[in-house]
Design a protein around this ligand. Structure first.
Ligand SMILES: [Zn+2]
Length: 306
Protein backbone atom coordinates (compact mmCIF):
# COMPACT_ATOMS: atom_id res chain seq x y z
CA UNK A 1 0.00 0.00 0.00
CA UNK A 2 2.65 2.37 1.11
CA UNK A 3 4.84 1.78 -1.98
CA UNK A 4 1.91 2.13 -4.39
CA UNK A 5 0.93 5.42 -2.76
CA UNK A 6 4.46 6.72 -3.21
CA UNK A 7 4.46 5.74 -6.88
CA UNK A 8 1.18 7.55 -7.49
CA UNK A 9 2.55 10.61 -5.75
CA UNK A 10 5.74 10.50 -7.80
CA UNK A 11 3.82 10.22 -11.07
CA UNK A 12 1.60 13.15 -10.11
CA UNK A 13 4.63 15.21 -9.12
CA UNK A 14 6.35 14.46 -12.45
CA UNK A 15 3.28 15.52 -14.39
CA UNK A 16 3.11 18.75 -12.40
CA UNK A 17 6.79 19.42 -13.05
CA UNK A 18 6.67 18.79 -16.77
CA UNK A 19 3.22 20.23 -17.41
CA UNK A 20 0.99 18.45 -19.89
CA UNK A 21 2.47 15.38 -21.60
CA UNK A 22 4.20 16.47 -24.85
CA UNK A 23 1.96 16.37 -27.91
CA UNK A 24 2.97 13.78 -30.49
CA UNK A 25 4.76 15.33 -33.45
CA UNK A 26 3.31 14.75 -36.91
CA UNK A 27 5.27 12.13 -38.81
CA UNK A 28 5.92 13.66 -42.23
CA UNK A 29 7.59 11.64 -44.99
CA UNK A 30 8.74 13.14 -48.28
CA UNK A 31 10.05 11.43 -51.39
CA UNK A 32 12.98 13.82 -51.90
CA UNK A 33 15.13 16.05 -49.63
CA UNK A 34 14.01 19.30 -51.32
CA UNK A 35 10.41 18.58 -50.26
CA UNK A 36 11.69 17.73 -46.77
CA UNK A 37 13.41 21.12 -46.57
CA UNK A 38 10.14 22.87 -47.48
CA UNK A 39 8.19 20.77 -44.97
CA UNK A 40 10.64 21.86 -42.22
CA UNK A 41 10.03 25.51 -43.13
CA UNK A 42 6.28 25.04 -42.60
CA UNK A 43 6.19 22.41 -39.86
CA UNK A 44 9.15 23.51 -37.74
CA UNK A 45 9.23 21.78 -34.35
CA UNK A 46 5.67 20.48 -34.77
CA UNK A 47 6.73 17.75 -37.19
CA UNK A 48 9.36 15.08 -37.72
CA UNK A 49 10.50 14.86 -41.34
CA UNK A 50 12.07 11.94 -43.18
CA UNK A 51 13.03 11.91 -46.87
CA UNK A 52 13.03 8.54 -48.63
CA UNK A 53 15.63 9.53 -51.24
CA UNK A 54 19.20 10.52 -50.42
CA UNK A 55 20.29 13.98 -51.66
CA UNK A 56 22.78 12.30 -53.98
CA UNK A 57 20.14 10.06 -55.60
CA UNK A 58 18.36 10.75 -58.87
CA UNK A 59 14.73 11.48 -57.83
CA UNK A 60 13.51 9.51 -60.86
CA UNK A 61 15.45 6.39 -59.86
CA UNK A 62 15.56 5.85 -56.11
CA UNK A 63 16.72 2.55 -54.63
CA UNK A 64 13.86 1.32 -52.44
CA UNK A 65 15.03 0.06 -49.04
CA UNK A 66 13.09 -2.27 -46.73
CA UNK A 67 13.16 0.51 -44.11
CA UNK A 68 11.20 2.73 -46.54
CA UNK A 69 8.16 0.47 -46.04
CA UNK A 70 8.27 0.90 -42.26
CA UNK A 71 8.70 4.68 -42.63
CA UNK A 72 5.71 4.90 -45.01
CA UNK A 73 3.60 2.63 -42.81
CA UNK A 74 4.04 5.01 -39.85
CA UNK A 75 3.61 8.26 -41.80
CA UNK A 76 0.85 10.76 -40.96
CA UNK A 77 1.66 12.74 -44.11
CA UNK A 78 3.40 11.92 -47.39
CA UNK A 79 4.66 14.66 -49.70
CA UNK A 80 5.53 13.63 -53.24
CA UNK A 81 6.71 15.71 -56.20
CA UNK A 82 4.06 14.35 -58.51
CA UNK A 83 3.87 14.67 -62.31
CA UNK A 84 5.31 11.15 -62.42
CA UNK A 85 8.64 12.21 -60.88
CA UNK A 86 8.55 9.12 -58.65
CA UNK A 87 6.63 6.85 -61.04
CA UNK A 88 9.47 4.33 -61.24
CA UNK A 89 9.76 3.61 -57.51
CA UNK A 90 7.03 5.05 -55.25
CA UNK A 91 3.85 3.16 -56.33
CA UNK A 92 5.13 -0.35 -55.39
CA UNK A 93 6.34 0.96 -52.01
CA UNK A 94 2.94 2.52 -51.31
CA UNK A 95 1.13 -0.68 -52.29
CA UNK A 96 3.08 -2.55 -49.65
CA UNK A 97 3.09 0.12 -46.93
CA UNK A 98 -0.65 -0.35 -46.17
CA UNK A 99 -1.36 3.11 -44.76
CA UNK A 100 -4.74 4.75 -45.47
CA UNK A 101 -3.60 8.06 -43.93
CA UNK A 102 -1.40 8.70 -46.98
CA UNK A 103 -3.57 7.04 -49.64
CA UNK A 104 -4.24 8.97 -52.84
CA UNK A 105 -6.79 11.72 -52.08
CA UNK A 106 -6.36 11.48 -48.29
CA UNK A 107 -5.71 14.61 -46.19
CA UNK A 108 -2.28 13.22 -45.46
CA UNK A 109 -1.24 12.96 -49.09
CA UNK A 110 0.35 16.05 -50.66
CA UNK A 111 1.16 16.21 -54.37
CA UNK A 112 3.58 19.11 -54.86
CA UNK A 113 2.86 19.53 -58.57
CA UNK A 114 -0.77 20.46 -57.84
CA UNK A 115 -1.22 24.15 -58.59
CA UNK A 116 2.13 24.46 -60.38
CA UNK A 117 2.11 25.91 -63.87
CA UNK A 118 3.84 22.94 -65.48
CA UNK A 119 6.30 23.58 -68.31
CA UNK A 120 7.05 21.26 -71.24
CA UNK A 121 3.80 19.29 -71.16
CA UNK A 122 4.12 17.17 -74.31
CA UNK A 123 1.32 17.37 -76.86
CA UNK A 124 1.59 13.63 -77.28
CA UNK A 125 3.68 11.20 -75.36
CA UNK A 126 4.82 7.67 -75.63
CA UNK A 127 6.40 6.24 -72.52
CA UNK A 128 7.76 3.33 -74.52
CA UNK A 129 10.20 5.75 -76.16
CA UNK A 130 11.74 6.30 -72.75
CA UNK A 131 10.65 9.86 -71.98
CA UNK A 132 10.28 10.15 -68.21
CA UNK A 133 8.74 13.66 -68.33
CA UNK A 134 5.50 12.52 -69.88
CA UNK A 135 3.27 14.80 -67.74
CA UNK A 136 5.49 17.86 -68.11
CA UNK A 137 8.76 18.80 -66.42
CA UNK A 138 8.70 17.81 -62.71
CA UNK A 139 11.82 19.78 -61.60
CA UNK A 140 10.01 22.95 -60.52
CA UNK A 141 11.22 23.37 -56.94
CA UNK A 142 14.35 25.33 -57.92
CA UNK A 143 11.98 28.15 -58.94
CA UNK A 144 11.38 30.00 -55.64
CA UNK A 145 7.94 31.17 -56.81
CA UNK A 146 6.92 27.55 -57.39
CA UNK A 147 8.31 26.70 -53.94
CA UNK A 148 5.83 29.21 -52.43
CA UNK A 149 2.94 27.37 -54.11
CA UNK A 150 4.17 24.04 -52.78
CA UNK A 151 4.67 25.53 -49.30
CA UNK A 152 1.05 26.77 -49.30
CA UNK A 153 -0.12 23.30 -50.28
CA UNK A 154 1.91 21.79 -47.43
CA UNK A 155 0.56 24.32 -44.87
CA UNK A 156 -3.00 23.62 -45.98
CA UNK A 157 -2.68 19.83 -45.61
CA UNK A 158 -0.75 19.96 -42.33
CA UNK A 159 -3.56 22.16 -40.97
CA UNK A 160 -6.16 19.61 -42.07
CA UNK A 161 -4.32 16.66 -40.53
CA UNK A 162 -3.44 18.59 -37.36
CA UNK A 163 -6.18 21.25 -36.90
CA UNK A 164 -4.94 22.20 -33.41
CA UNK A 165 -1.81 23.68 -35.02
CA UNK A 166 -3.38 25.00 -38.26
CA UNK A 167 -2.74 28.63 -37.26
CA UNK A 168 0.92 27.88 -36.51
CA UNK A 169 1.42 26.31 -39.95
CA UNK A 170 -0.26 29.34 -41.55
CA UNK A 171 2.02 31.71 -39.65
CA UNK A 172 5.11 29.78 -40.72
CA UNK A 173 3.92 29.89 -44.33
CA UNK A 174 3.67 33.67 -44.05
CA UNK A 175 7.22 33.86 -42.68
CA UNK A 176 8.48 31.61 -45.50
CA UNK A 177 6.73 33.67 -48.19
CA UNK A 178 8.16 36.92 -46.83
CA UNK A 179 11.65 35.41 -46.76
CA UNK A 180 11.34 34.13 -50.34
CA UNK A 181 10.16 37.53 -51.59
CA UNK A 182 13.10 39.23 -49.91
CA UNK A 183 15.68 36.68 -51.13
CA UNK A 184 14.26 36.60 -54.66
CA UNK A 185 15.24 40.26 -55.12
CA UNK A 186 18.78 39.36 -54.05
CA UNK A 187 18.95 36.28 -56.31
CA UNK A 188 17.62 38.19 -59.31
CA UNK A 189 20.16 40.95 -58.72
CA UNK A 190 23.02 38.42 -58.60
CA UNK A 191 21.99 36.89 -61.94
CA UNK A 192 20.89 40.15 -63.60
CA UNK A 193 24.32 40.67 -65.30
CA UNK A 194 23.93 37.19 -66.85
CA UNK A 195 20.48 37.62 -68.43
CA UNK A 196 20.34 35.53 -71.60
CA UNK A 197 23.45 33.51 -70.67
CA UNK A 198 23.70 30.27 -72.64
CA UNK A 199 23.70 27.09 -70.55
CA UNK A 200 23.86 23.37 -71.16
CA UNK A 201 22.48 20.89 -68.63
CA UNK A 202 22.84 17.14 -68.33
CA UNK A 203 19.12 16.49 -67.76
CA UNK A 204 16.15 18.82 -68.29
CA UNK A 205 16.31 19.88 -64.65
CA UNK A 206 16.92 23.64 -64.81
CA UNK A 207 14.04 24.64 -67.06
CA UNK A 208 12.08 26.46 -64.31
CA UNK A 209 15.22 28.02 -62.83
CA UNK A 210 16.22 29.34 -66.28
CA UNK A 211 12.72 30.71 -66.92
CA UNK A 212 12.67 32.50 -63.54
CA UNK A 213 16.10 34.11 -63.95
CA UNK A 214 16.10 34.81 -67.70
CA UNK A 215 18.74 32.24 -68.70
CA UNK A 216 18.88 30.37 -72.00
CA UNK A 217 19.31 26.58 -72.02
CA UNK A 218 20.83 25.62 -75.37
CA UNK A 219 20.83 21.83 -75.10
CA UNK A 220 21.02 18.80 -72.80
CA UNK A 221 23.62 16.02 -72.78
CA UNK A 222 20.77 13.50 -72.52
CA UNK A 223 19.00 13.14 -75.88
CA UNK A 224 15.75 12.72 -73.90
CA UNK A 225 15.02 12.87 -70.17
CA UNK A 226 16.23 9.59 -68.70
CA UNK A 227 18.11 8.42 -71.82
CA UNK A 228 21.91 8.23 -71.48
CA UNK A 229 23.97 10.46 -73.81
CA UNK A 230 25.10 8.78 -77.05
CA UNK A 231 28.25 9.79 -78.98
CA UNK A 232 26.11 10.97 -81.91
CA UNK A 233 23.99 13.17 -79.67
CA UNK A 234 27.04 14.57 -77.86
CA UNK A 235 28.55 15.56 -81.24
CA UNK A 236 25.37 17.58 -81.90
CA UNK A 237 25.56 19.18 -78.46
CA UNK A 238 29.18 20.22 -79.08
CA UNK A 239 28.19 21.89 -82.36
CA UNK A 240 25.22 23.60 -80.70
CA UNK A 241 27.44 24.86 -77.85
CA UNK A 242 30.04 26.23 -80.28
CA UNK A 243 27.37 27.99 -82.35
CA UNK A 244 25.65 29.50 -79.28
CA UNK A 245 28.95 30.12 -77.43
CA UNK A 246 27.65 28.26 -74.36
CA UNK A 247 30.37 28.11 -71.74
CA UNK A 248 28.93 26.21 -68.78
CA UNK A 249 27.51 22.71 -68.29
CA UNK A 250 25.42 22.11 -65.14
CA UNK A 251 25.55 18.68 -63.47
CA UNK A 252 24.03 16.94 -60.44
CA UNK A 253 25.97 14.56 -58.15
CA UNK A 254 24.29 11.49 -59.68
CA UNK A 255 24.93 12.45 -63.31
CA UNK A 256 27.96 11.37 -65.32
CA UNK A 257 30.45 14.17 -64.69
CA UNK A 258 33.07 12.52 -66.95
CA UNK A 259 30.77 12.83 -69.95
CA UNK A 260 30.20 16.49 -69.12
CA UNK A 261 33.96 17.06 -68.76
CA UNK A 262 34.62 15.45 -72.16
CA UNK A 263 32.16 17.84 -73.81
CA UNK A 264 33.56 20.78 -71.81
CA UNK A 265 37.12 20.07 -73.00
CA UNK A 266 36.01 20.27 -76.63
CA UNK A 267 34.05 23.49 -76.16
CA UNK A 268 36.29 25.37 -73.71
CA UNK A 269 33.44 25.24 -71.22
CA UNK A 270 33.33 24.70 -67.44
CA UNK A 271 31.39 21.99 -65.61
CA UNK A 272 29.47 23.44 -62.65
CA UNK A 273 28.20 21.30 -59.75
CA UNK A 274 24.63 22.47 -59.28
CA UNK A 275 22.87 20.03 -56.91
CA UNK A 276 19.12 20.54 -56.70
CA UNK A 277 18.80 18.52 -53.49
CA UNK A 278 19.62 20.16 -50.15
CA UNK A 279 22.41 18.33 -48.32
CA UNK A 280 24.07 16.92 -51.44
CA UNK A 281 27.03 19.17 -50.61
CA UNK A 282 27.90 20.91 -47.29
CA UNK A 283 26.04 24.06 -46.19
CA UNK A 284 22.97 23.47 -48.33
CA UNK A 285 20.67 22.16 -45.62
CA UNK A 286 17.84 24.65 -45.98
CA UNK A 287 15.94 25.68 -49.09
CA UNK A 288 17.44 29.18 -48.88
CA UNK A 289 21.01 27.86 -48.55
CA UNK A 290 20.40 25.63 -51.56
CA UNK A 291 19.17 28.42 -53.85
CA UNK A 292 21.93 30.70 -52.52
CA UNK A 293 24.44 28.05 -53.59
CA UNK A 294 22.91 27.59 -57.05
CA UNK A 295 22.77 31.33 -57.73
CA UNK A 296 26.30 31.99 -56.45
CA UNK A 297 27.86 29.00 -58.26
CA UNK A 298 26.23 29.92 -61.55
CA UNK A 299 27.02 33.65 -61.27
CA UNK A 300 30.68 32.89 -60.44
CA UNK A 301 30.96 30.30 -63.24
CA UNK A 302 29.51 32.66 -65.85
CA UNK A 303 31.63 35.56 -64.58
CA UNK A 304 34.80 33.53 -65.06
CA UNK A 305 33.87 32.72 -68.67
CA UNK A 306 33.13 36.27 -69.76
ZN1 LIG B 1 13.61 14.63 -64.84
Amino acid sequence: MHTLGMLKLTAAALLTLSGAPPAKKLNVVTTTPDLAALAREIGGDLIDVTALAKPTEDPHFVDPKPSSLVILNRADVLIEGGAELELGWLPPLLDNARNDRIASGAKGRIVASQGIHMLEIPATFDRSRGDIHSLGNPHFLVDPVAAKIVAANIADHLGQVDPANAAAYKAKLQTFNTAVDRKLVEWQKALEPHKGAKLVTYHKDFVYFAARFGLDIVDELEPKPGIAPSPAHLAQVITAMQTAKAKVILVQPYQNRKTAETVARQTNATVLDMPEQPGAIPNTTTYFQLIDHLVQTLAAGLEEKQ
